[in-house]
Design a protein around this ligand. Sequence first.
Ligand code: NCD
Length: 324
Amino acid sequence: MNDRHLLSIADLGREGIEDVMRTADSFREVAGRSIPRVPALRGKTVATLFFEASTRTRLSFETAAKRLSADVMSFAASSSSLEKGESLRDTVETIDAMGVDAMVVRHRSSGVPAQVTAWTSACVINAGDGQHEHPTQALLDCYTIREALAQRRGTEDSQNGADFAGLRIGIVGDVKHSRVARSNVLAFSALGAEVVLVAPRTLMPPSLDGWPVKATADLDSVIPDLDVVYLLRIQAERAGQVLLPNLDEYHERYGLTRERSNRLAAGALVMHPGPMIRGVEIAPEVADLPSSLVTRQVRNGVFIRSAVLFHLLGAADSGEAIDA
Ligand code: NCD
């Protein structure tokens, strides 16, 4: 991973994804120390620019940056001069002028992180842009699957991307508006998994041309064959129209109910990027079963984001040791 920015999973390809996962292993080890901090990014400043709501992604990036000893600058649109009418460009150039090395950007419009690269000399990381992409979410999801499969084999050692060959992953729910789905389709298929999208017609993208996936509207027909069920939230904030007649009916047909979870293959994994709406895409009690990796995904997010910052800010190339 040599590029200066991380805007899409397509920037990485299979090798780049595997590289990040290997580095994340080192940060998992660091997290187990009594002082879980390394000096690799001492003197660097990471700014988080969130123009849209977030809990886990923002805290995860900030924790990751602090574990690398970087300084963190935190910008929230709702308490900024944007409220007074300042433009996005002026906001970015103002933050750039203070001297930052990386900008982590979330925005409700697709393409904003790419646009920001023209206004700053800092590395830019896409932390979710509209319904386009959310690459670090996909990386932490790949990492979480790889870890769970390694543990199933009874070893901490993973075979990296090789674990994904032939794996059947169902992405279920509001695929149409989901940046997580787009990044995950690219990442899972780059590693060799088979992806099936499951959604009613109103929540499926109008065209799947060029997507390396199968698609169905019938969750029950695929449930027993899946190794991973990846659930998505209905992105009400991105839907321009009312998409569903009612949420109970959605839960009935597309939710991971207790009854459906009993029909999953033994050892099948359940994932969700959060925020999870219990009772809609997942039954409350199913979310807490041991097969559910939701909190593991959050924990691994810190290791993955540490790895991404470590690579992009040049520490990997300059031979900076993680455990120095
Ligand atoms: C996702 C997002 O914001 O794209 N959440 C996250 O970052 N973990 C998914 C969602 O909001 O449903």
